[in-house]
Design a protein around this ligand. Structure first.
Ligand code: ADP
Length: 344
C-alpha cells in the first residue's frame, strides 16, 4: 500500500464541503502507522476530522494506527474565480494540454502520441512529454526507444525530435527498460519539474503532457504547480474505466483545470469483412457520463488492431495510416482541441 491509496481514500471523504485530501500538509506511512498533519480550516473541527479520517481509512487493511496533528494555517483568500495555487507557466509553450485517465490500459499514451502528431500535421509546433513515470511507453510508440538526451550550453535538456515533434520521456533517462522507477515524493517531483522547466523546448504551440494514470500525488502536484491550458480525459466504455475516470475529472475540477472534453477510446469495432460497427463494450455509456458531468465528447476511436500494431512498431497510426478511420478520429479531435484552445 502507498501514500497514494491513503490520499485516494481521503479524497473521497469531506468535512464541511472540503475534501480531507485538500487539508493534508504532510503525510507519512511508517510501517503500519500513518502520520498525518492537517491544516485546520476552522477551530473546533479537530475531533470531526480525526473521526472522518479513521472512517476513510477503515477499508485500508494495512493501516493499523493513525496519528493526526493539526497546524493552524488559514489560507489566503483566493480572488474570486482564480485558482488558489501559484502555477508556473512553462516558457515558450502556448498551450499545455494534459492527457489523463482514471486507470491504466485505456489507451492514454496511444492517444497522447497520436493527438500530438495530428496537431503537428495540422500545422502547429508540438511537443510531447511522457510524464507516465510508472510505465513510460512513448519511446516505444514513437520509435525512439533506447535514445538518450543531451543538454545544451545552459544545461537544459534537449528534447529528441521524431516525426516533426519534440519528445521527452523519463524512459530516456533510465539505464534500461527494466529499471523500476522507485523515486518517490520530492525526488520524483523534482525530476518531473525539471522535465518541464529545464528543457530547451523552443517555441511550441502545444505541449501534450501524458500524465500517469489515476489521480495520485504526481498528477495532483503537477496540476497544482504547472500552468495548464486544459486537460482531456481518456476512457473506454467499460464500467471499470468509467468509474475511475470520474475521479480524474473531479481531480481536475478540484484544482481548477478546465476539462476540455472526453476521448472515448475503443468505442466500437468495424468488422473488416462486412464494414458493420460493433459496440463491443456497450453503446452510449460514455455519452451518458459526459452529459452527467457537463463534458463534451471530443471524439470516439475504434478498436483497431492497426492502431496497436503501429504503436508497437514505433510509427503511430496518424503517421503510418493517415487515411484510416482511427487517424481521422485523431485529426478531428486535434481540430476540436485547437478550436477550443485558440478561442480562449
Ligand atoms: P495507457 O497509456 O492508458 O496505459 P496504452 O496507450 O499504453 O494505454 O494502451 C494500452 C494497449 O492498448 C496498447 O497495447 C495499445 O496499443 C492498445 N490500444 C490502445 N488504444 C487502442 C485501440 N483503439 N485499438 C486497439 N488497441 C489499442
Amino acid at each position: 500500500m502507498a501514500v497514494k491509496d491513503v490520499m485516494d481514500a481521503l479524497r473521497d471523504m469531506t468535512i464541511e464541503n472540503t475534501r480531507l485530501s485538500e487539508l493534508v500538509k504532510d503525510i507519512k506511512l511508517i510501517g503500519k502507522t500513518l502520520e498525518i498533519v492537517y491544516r485546520l480550516p476552522k477551530k473546533g473541527l479537530e475531533e470531526d476530522i480525526v473521526e472522518r479520517t479513521r472512517e476513510a481509512l477503515e477499508r485500508l487493511a494495512d493501516v493499523e494506527d493513525v496519528k493526526v496533528r493539526f497546524v493552524e494555517d488559514v489560507p489566503a483568500q483566493p480572488v474570486m474565480g482564480a485558482p488558489a495555487f501559484t502555477r508556473r507557466k512553462v516558457p515558450g509553450i502556448k498551450h499545455l494540454i494534459a492527457v489523463g485517465s482514471g486507470k491504466g490500459g485505456v489507451g492514454k499514451s496511444t492517444v497522447s502520441a497520436n493527438l500530438a502528431l495530428a496537431l503537428s500535421k495540422l500545422g502547429y509546433r508540438v511537443g510531447l512529454l511522457d510524464a507516465d513515470i510508472y510505465g513510460p511507453s512513448i519511446p516505444t510508440i514513437m520509435g525512439v526507444k533506447g535514445e538518450r538526451v543531451s543538454v545544451d550550453e545552459n544545461n537544459r535538456i534537449i528534447p529528441i525530435e521524431k516525426y516533426g515533434i519534440k519528445l521527452l520521456s523519463i524512459g530516456f533517462l533510465l539505464p534500461s527498460e527494466d529499471t523500476p522507477v522507485i523515486w518517490r515524493g520530492p525526488m520524483l517531483m523534482k525530476a518531473l519539474t525539471q522535465f518541464l522547466f529545464d528543457v530547451n523546448w523552443g517555441e511550441l504551440d502545444y505541449l501534450v503532457l501524458d500524465l500517469p494514470p489515476g489521480t495520485g500525488d504526481v498528477q495532483l502536484t503537477l496540476a497544482q504547480n504547472v500552468h495548464m491550458g486544459g486537460a482531456v480525459v481518456v476512457t473506454t466504455p467499460q464500467d471499470v474505466a468509467l468509474a475511475d475516470v470520474k475521479k480524474a475529472v473531479a481531480m481536475f475540477k478540484e484544482v481548477q483545470i478546465p476539462v476540455l472534453g472526453v476521448i472515448e477510446n475503443m468505442a466500437y469495432f468495424i468488422c473488416p469483412d462486412s464494414g458493420k460497427k460493433y459496440y463491443i463494450f456497450g453503446k452510449g455509456k460514455v455519452a451518458e457520463f459526459a452529459s452527467a458531468y457537463g463534458l463534451k465528447i471530443l471524439g470516439s476511436i475504434p478498436v483497431d488492431p492497426e492502431l496497436s500494431q503501429t504503436s508497437d512498431l514505433g510509427k503511430p497510426v496518424v503517421e503510418s495510416h493517415p487515411d484510416s478511420d482511427s487517424a481521422r478520429a485523431f485529426f478531428s479531435i486535434a481540430k476540436l482541441i485547437s478550436d477550443i484552445t485558440e478561442r480562449r
